[in-house]
Design a protein around this ligand. Structure first.
Ligand SMILES: [Zn+2]
Length: 331
């Protein structure tokens, strides 16, 4: 969706509420030296006991306190569900660390094994033979209804089967599915890391805003869409980039090809369906029929307001279209 981007060496996620009933969206931010540790880290937040060691890492690895909203300045602790650090050995966003895609999938399977609020399904294999997954996170009740929810979404999607009254009845009593996909563009390295921590928060926290999400939404997370490209990018990072300090005199920042035949334009393959990852995505989309699909990208730090050259909706004033282009060029 966006132009080529620099891989980011150090990331620290933050999240924000969409609405009281909706979902945490997340973005990655560049981090360099940490904000330092506050004098006393809290042991408790609402009903959650906190993982103070992890919170110490969060503060150490975040560049500016402005990034530390109350959503992400702490991590709940759990006796039975492994935190990212308990599983991987490091906190998400630690400097100089990227996680191989199979390891990320392993973490989601560990969440599913230890929590009845997480289930993991296979989406099929990538071109390179790596398994793609989708994790479902929600209340035990909603996950128990997953097949029913999918069947209702199929009804909703087909007006030949479903009249307006039935559609309203379904909407009133069916939690929407919100599918978040990460790691389509391999040098945009933050999102596959971030979603591990987000999944843990969603599965473990007992705070009201997280319970509200679990009770009212089924969250799907695909942590890595481009499994082959992620593997190459992590190898590239460790081989060429970890010691780079001069960004003006450094090796190329990304592997030239992500799959055997594709690179950045894998996000345009929705039209042609030439790649296994695209076909797996499309089949999974039609299986779950999510109400919202969110593909997490990284980009340069400006608002991306326009792309392409049309055709545009003819009911939109051409002056408005011209202004989009102007803003896109100068913003
Ligand atoms: Zn992108």
């Amino acid at each position: 969706m966006t132009g080529p981007h620099r891989p980011r060496k150090r990331v620290r996620p933050f999240a924000a509420a969409l609405t009281s009933a909706a979902l945490a969206l997340s973005c990655a931010v560049l981090a360099a030296p940490g904000t330092g540790e506050p004098e006393a880290l809290p042991q408790k937040r609402g009903r959650d006991k906190l993982d103070v060691d992890y919170a110490r890492d969060i503060h150490a690895n975040t560049t500016d306190p402005a990034f530390l909203s109350e959503w992400v300045d702490h991590l709940p602790s759990s006796r039975k569900v492994p935190s990212p650090k308990a599983f991987l050995g490091y906190s998400i966003g630690s400097p100089g660390v990227l996680t191989q895609p199979e390891r990320i999938n392993d973490y989601f399977r560990a969440l599913a094994k230890s929590s009845d609020r997480v289930q993991v399904f296979s989406m099929g294999k990538s071109h390179g033979g790596r398994e793609m997954i989708v994790a479902a996170i929600g209340s035990r009740r909603n996950l128990g209804r997953l097949d029913e929810i999918k069947a209702r979404n199929r009804e909703l999607a087909d007006p030949r089967l479903t009249d307006e009254d039935r559609a309203k009845a379904i909407a009133a009593d069916t939690p929407p599915i919100y599918w978040m996909t990460a790691g389509l563009h391999s040098p945009e390295t933050g999102s596959p890391e971030m979603v591990m921590e987000l999944a843990y928060r969603l599965a473990v926290s007992e705070q009201d805003h997280i319970r509200e999400i679990r009770d009212n939404v089924v969250v799907l997370i695909t942590p890595v869409l481009e499994m082959d490209g992620r593997a190459r990018m992590v190898d590239w990072y460790y081989r060429h980039l970890t010691k780079v300090t001069d960004l003006h005199d450094s090796p190329p920042r990304m592997a030239p090809y992500w799959g055997d035949y594709t690179a950045h334009d894998n996000n345009r393959d929705g039209l042609q369906q030439t790649q296994a990852l695209t076909r797996n995505y499309t089949e999974t989309f039609h299986e779950f029929l999510p109400i919202i699909s969110l593909d997490l990208h990284e980009s340069v730090p400006l608002m991306y307001v326009s792309t392409g050259t049309g055709p545009y909706n003819e009911s939109i004033d051409p002056i408005t279209v011209t202004e989009w282009q102007w803003i896109a060029g100068y913003e």
